[in-house]
Design a protein around this ligand. Structure first.
Ligand code: Q46
Ligand code: ZN
Ligand code: ZN
Length: 355
């Protein structure tokens, strides 16, 4: 930006380095960092994501990416004491470009630096499948045109990955008495998801609460998103100005996500309607979402416990166990079918006996 002075020049005598899109405030580095922290603090306390000073255990889902690295840093700056933050990293088993290996190291390193306990869940060890395994099975079925049976088709990797992460983080938090789980979802991701749900007219998703999902159920831990009103650009700038290490690359599967294109289009709108994203989200969750929620019929079915994992569900098995079971079966089936193909396909044209 040009040579403008910080809005709070009388305090800092600094040049502005960034302009906050929705408020048009031109700020120096220190005042920008404070501005983001102030907004996060306001949302955390307004939504009672946790209670500062009460020494509650709060679990942060870490991925080594900019969002969760910034979230942990901001929260430790805001609340150096009075809250027991702990980090949980989910090892998803994504080998391409060393994605999983590098992201785990980066998340662990920040926790060590900030004195935050660091935990790891390995989805392959705990649930029998990595994200790469799901991708491998999906590619084998497509390549060999094997019939999909009752499953119909594979969804995108991100859909299974999101399910695995949500389930395992909640389970870990419930089993270890955490008061809340916090994730690094930012304003840009959340606006993209809202737009996607709107385009699909997915009323169930549209009626879901915004920055905080509360729960009265002892097995469902409340989930908060303290960066809900901080844009991706602001998160990047915060990471840059505060010198926070984070994985510079995106997950290789993110490029295949249909939301990527929508996100680019939303950013394009934002580029000529600065601040539009935040006002859209604020108004939606203040005005539209409560109306929609009140209008939608409540679930009247009896709540039960999943016969496999014991989590709350409305059917015999919860949707996580059903999906996981199908994926494990499909992965096994692909290995067996491939072994058959390898045995029966001759290694040279013409085939037949070699001697
Ligand atoms: S890690 Fe998983 Fe993301 Fe990779 S597979 Fe998709 S959801 S993009 S945040
Ligand atoms: Zn300043
Ligand atoms: Zn289950």
């Amino acid at each position: 930006m040009g040579h403008r002075w910080c809005k709070f020049f009388s305090e800092c005598k600094q040049k502005a380095v960034y302009r906050i899109p929705h408020s048009n405030l031109a700020l120096c580095k220190d005042h920008f960092l404070k501005n983001v922290e102030k907004r996060v603090k306001k949302l955390v306390e307004k939504k009672h994501m946790f209670h500062p000073g009460a020494n509650e255990k709060v679990l942060l889902a870490l991925s080594g990416g900019k969002d969760s690295q910034v979230l942990l840093t901001v929260l430790k700056n805001l609340y150096p004491e009075g809250v027991q933050f702990e980090g949980l990293y989910i090892e998803l088993g994504i080998a391409q470009h060393g994605y999983s290996a590098d992201s785990g190291v980066i998340a662990a390193e920040l926790c060590r630096k900030l004195g935050v306990p660091f935990h790891v869940i390995n989805v392959k060890e705990d649930y029998g499948l990595s994200i790469d395994d799901i991708n491998w099975a999906k590619r084998q079925f497509a390549l060999h045109k094997w019939p999909m049976g009752k499953m119909g088709h594979f969804k995108g990797e991100c859909s299974y990955c999101g399910m695995l992460k949500r389930y395992s983080i909640n389970k870990y938090a419930a089993e270890n008495d955490f008061f809340a789980v916090l994730t690094g979802h930012n304003l840009t991701d959340e606006s993209t998801a809202l737009l996607n749900n709107f385009l699909n007219m997915d009323l169930m998703f549209l009626s879901r609460p915004g920055p905080m999902v509360d729960s009265k159920h002892e097995l469902l831990v409340p989930r908060g998103k303290p960066l809900f009103y901080v844009s991706e650009e602001e998160v990047m700038m915060y990471a840059y100005f505060a010198g926070i290490p984070h994985l510079p690359t995106e997950c290789p599967y993110s490029l295949q996500s249909p939301n990527q294109k929508l996100k680019a289009e939303l950013k394009e709108i934002e580029s000529h309607r600065r601040g539009n994203m935040i006002s859209l989200m604020r108004r939606y969750y203040k005005v539209m979402q409560p109306v929609l929620k009140a209008e939608l019929p409540k679930k009247t079915r009896e709540e039960r416990r999943c016969s496999v994992c014991g989590m709350p569900t409305f059917s015999k098995k919860c949707s996580f166990c059903r999906t996981l079971n199908t994926l494990v079966k499909k992965h096994r089936e692909a290995r067996e079918l491939l072994a058959e193909v390898e045995v029966t396909i001759p290694d040279y044209p013409g085939g037949g006996e070699t001697s």
